[in-house]
Ligand binder design. Sequence first.
Ligand SMILES: O=C(O)C(=O)C[C@]1(C(=O)O)C=C[C@@H](O)C=C1
Length: 310
Amino acid sequence: MTRFGYLGPEGTFTQMALLAWRPAQDGEHRPFGSVDLALAALREGTIDAAMVPIENSVEGGVSATMDALNADEPLSVIGEVLVPITFVLAARAGTQRSAIRSVGTHSHAWAQVRGWMVANLPEAAYVQTLSTAGAAAGLAASSDGDGTAYDAAVCAPVAAHNNGLEVLAEDIGDNSSAVTRFVLVARPGRMPDPTGADKTTITVFQHEDRAGGLLELLEQLAAHGINMTRLESRPTKSVMGNYCFSIDFEGHARDERVGEALMGLHRVAAQVRFLGSYPRADGRSASILATASDDAFLEAQGWLRHLRGE
Ligand SMILES: O=C(O)C(=O)C[C@]1(C(=O)O)C=C[C@@H](O)C=C1
């Protein structure tokens, strides 16, 4: 039975992503206190795969996940899941909204309700927790007057319900169409086969900081007709001002144009960390120029072999 890890506790959006990928009865689902702990367990072999958040449509990339994927032993992304995000403000039964002085939640969740907070609880202090469901569980576990770090939690409706909290306000996200993208990560092994609607994730490290360095990397993608879907810079943590680039793009490593682009990046970059090719959650096929199709590349390779007399 596959052992899946996820950013817990129960009731996180990450658990919803894992349940959407595989129902609880089809594997062991094990909660972890942080993305780092889940990925460490995966590297150690105590779980077989981990579901982790990587990108939110409002707040952008999840740095903790990108950094954990870029460090230590390489891991592979084998799938992705999109989860619509809905937040509630929850508190212990009997709490009046006017009595709320502090609110606990995950940093990405706070970023998505900031406008609502300014409009409705402008004086409330923010207390960071490791997850939205962790904020709800922490609130439920404490009773009045025992020094709880916060008076209310921002979490998913299911986390408020599971923890017996009262919902003081529903749908408090500033953007009603917010979506978080999660990736299922495994130890490197057999890559999922191409489906025609795939994505590839890489991290590129440059030789040195110089004019046109990023352009040189991007040219490899543009020249091979590849559409990027995410580009983020992360500090390499070695020297101030030194960055690597976390990139998602359309296509699969076994597509001719992607293979050529990866070889190009390998030539011009100091290191390319290949994090996997996997089916897109939305099933949307890449729009590929006729000049960047597999047939076009194979025809050109044949032409070269012919003129070399091979
Ligand atoms: O705290 C949770 O419930 C999570 O699953 C983490 C997380 C995130 O890292 O972005 C996931 C979705 C929401 O955007 C807010 C928090």
